[in-house]
Design a protein around this ligand. Structure first.
Ligand SMILES: Nc1ncnc2c1ncn2[C@@H]1O[C@H](COP(=O)(O)OS(=O)(=O)O)[C@@H](OP(=O)(O)O)[C@H]1O
Ligand SMILES: Nc1ncnc2c1ncn2[C@@H]1O[C@H](COP(=O)(O)OP(=O)(O)O)[C@@H](O)[C@H]1O
Length: 514
């Protein structure tokens, strides 16, 4: 990839840095040569040029910035005037060195961060990664192609019969070898209804392998930037680097370019007369079954209904059932937020006990006092400490949910960013996240003043008290909002239990609140 030779003593003295997941994914693609002709991370000027014009200053078209940002303390250690000796050692999240960056450019991004640009070089093969055995460099992949034409498909969702039929038709018409690229980078779930953890996505795609024409199936650490057009162009670039001559346009549409042609598949429907998938307009309406939407598929899985065989191969359906079990068996983080005295502890404890009495679900309660004593001992109530506290709770509750249990937590959790991160952690495990905002107004909480804390806060004896001298950011993404001003604790608990039953997380029968 890179022709520079790195003396050992330079490397051993180089400062280390562990990049963010999407930066590591970019690094992997750079090292593979999958971002060819890029050989390294962009300088700020290059990144700006790409963002504004889609072209690098040297005239190369490139759709998105590929950048690496490091904290200023790390950048300060890169003080050698000779750029060949200004080397940053990149470590994976476990701390093992994986690559080196020869830092040709260092551009300050505000007071804390520095953008590091320059060529990259592999030090060691990545040792970890889900389905790492399915990774390949473009050169390795090209060895497997059986035909001159190669049709790429980015499988960022499971393949059901309509997608398989589209692929088979396109591959047949082109007489092409098929290259299935399963994206394993960050944000592959972005905007999807049916969110799957990476391993589950790979398994569900592999479950359709027998139904593919001659194909090479790879995982590719592609991540999404959130701009469909540019993401599409980047995907096409990577597919071209892997030797694809054609690419299937996805539901969002994908750009071609770079000598790769985009294939827009025809809309297919199922013909009930002979069980074939064919262009929708070739089937008379009474015999036509259109494909299920992602929302319909998600809903069927949530309710525990089997996916119909006319639509989904049984092997794929089985993987999806495992990855997304019916809600009554699926992990859940039930997260209460609200002011002190709003009723979080009372309601969460009541729901926890109702779940214990019901006995169909395993459940852990992260009681506020116990959390502060054990999990978060030593933390106070500064913004940073509250954030750490809430994210720790979120992390542990997500682990409970990963294994199919219900994690119930009830911290104040005053900051939106921490609640959002907590939701992300839960959903990344394949579990659900339900946010209950106990919205009892401050006046009511203060009049209750069960622990006498509001009086102390008003008297200035407790600095940074939520609602008095510290912020509470009202959630706008709560699944359920309960104001306990005019209801009994029993009624509040029942509202939550009913919500869980109606949503399918609990069997409706059997649960009774006294
Ligand atoms: N400064 C300040 N602000 C708010 N609350 C305070 C403070 N100091 C102590 N307490 C008591 O600690 C409880 C809140 O802890 P949490 O872990 O839920 O807070 S946070 O989510 O980390 O913000 C909270 O308990 P609850 O009444 O159960 O909410 C208070 O009793
Ligand atoms: N509908 C209700 N739901 C919950 N608590 C209520 C309700 N009505 C009155 N309360 C009282 O309000 C107080 C709430 O305290 P707590 O549950 O410890 O709140 P938090 O955990 O949010 O600080 C308790 O004394 C509780 O008895």
């Amino acid at each position: 990839m890179s022709d520079w030779v790195l003396p050992d003593e330079v490397l051993s003295e180089a400062p280390s840095h562990t990049p963010l997941p999407h930066e590591l994914a970019d690094l992997e693609l750079l090292l593979y040569g999958a971002y060819s002709p890029l050989r390294g991370f962009m300088s700020e000027a290059e990144a700006r040029s790409v963002t504004l014009t889609g072209v690098l200053p040297n005239g190369t078209a490139w759709p998105v910035p590929v950048t690496l940002d490091v904290p200023i303390e790390v950048a300060r250690k890169l003080d050698n005037p000779d750029p060949k000796r200004r080397v940053l050692r990149i470590t994976d999240p476990e701390g093992a060195p994986v690559a080196a960056v020869e830092c040709h450019s260092l551009d300050a991004l505000g007071p804390d961060m520095v953008r590091v640009g320059g060529p990259v070089r592999r030090i060691a093969d990545a040792a970890h990664g889900v389905f790492i055995g399915l990774r390949a460099t473009p050169e390795q992949a090209k060895q497997t192609y059986s035909k001159p034409r190669v049709l790429a498909l980015v499988a960022d969702r499971p393949l059901h019969r309509p997608q398989l039929a589209q692929l088979v038709r396109a591959a047949h018409n082109l007489a092409a070898h098929v290259l299935v690229m399963i994206p394993t980078g960050d944000e592959i779930n972005g905007g999807k209804v049916l969110k799957l953890p990476t391993a589950a996505l790979v398994r569900s795609v592999l479950a359709a392998k027998d139904r593919l024409p001659t194909a090479t199936v790879l995982t590719v650490p592609l991540s999404r930037r959130g701009d469909r057009l540019r993401d599409g162009l980047l995907t096409a670039k990577v597919a071209a680097a892997y030797g694809a001559t054609h690419i299937m346009a996805g539901p969002e549409g994908l750009g071609g370019g770079d000598g790769i042609r985009s294939m827009v598949p025809r809309d297919l429907a199922y013909d009930t007369r002979d069980g074939q998938w064919r262009p929708i307009e070739d089937i008379e309406p009474p015999f036509r079954r259109t494909s299920l939407s992602e929302a319909e598929i998600a809903d069927m899985l949530d309710r525990g209904f089997g996916l119909p065989e006319w639509h989904t191969p049984p092997s794929v359906a089985a993987e999806l059932r495992k990855a997304r079990p019916p809600r009554r068996n699926r992990g859940l983080v039930l997260f209460f937020t609200g002011l002190s005295g709003s009723g979080k502890s009372t309601i969460s404890r009541g729901v926890y006990e109702a779940l214990l009495e019901d006995g169909t679900r395993t459940v852990s309660l992260f009681d506020g006092d116990v959390v502060r004593r054990v999990l978060s001992s030593g933390l106070g109530f500064s913004r940073a400490d509250r954030s750490t506290n809430v994210r720790r709770i979120g992390y542990v509750a997500a682990e409970v949910a990963r294994h199919g249990g219900i994690g119930v937590a009830a911290p104040i959790a005053p900051y939106d960013a921490d609640r959002v991160e907590t939701r992300r952690m839960a959903e990344a495990t394949g579990a659900d996240f339900v946010l209950v905002h106990v919205s009892t107004p401050l006046e009511v909480c203060e009049s209750r003043d069960r622990k006498g804390l509001y009086a102390k806060a008003r008297a200035g004896q407790i600095p940074e008290f939520t609602g008095i001298s510290d912020p509470y950011e009202e959630p706008r993404d709560a699944e359920l909002t309960i104001d306990t001003s005019d209801m009994t604790a029993g009624e509040a608990i029942e509202q939550v239990v009913e919500f869980l039953s109606e949503g399918g997380w609990l069997e409706p029968v059997g649960l009774k609140i006294a």
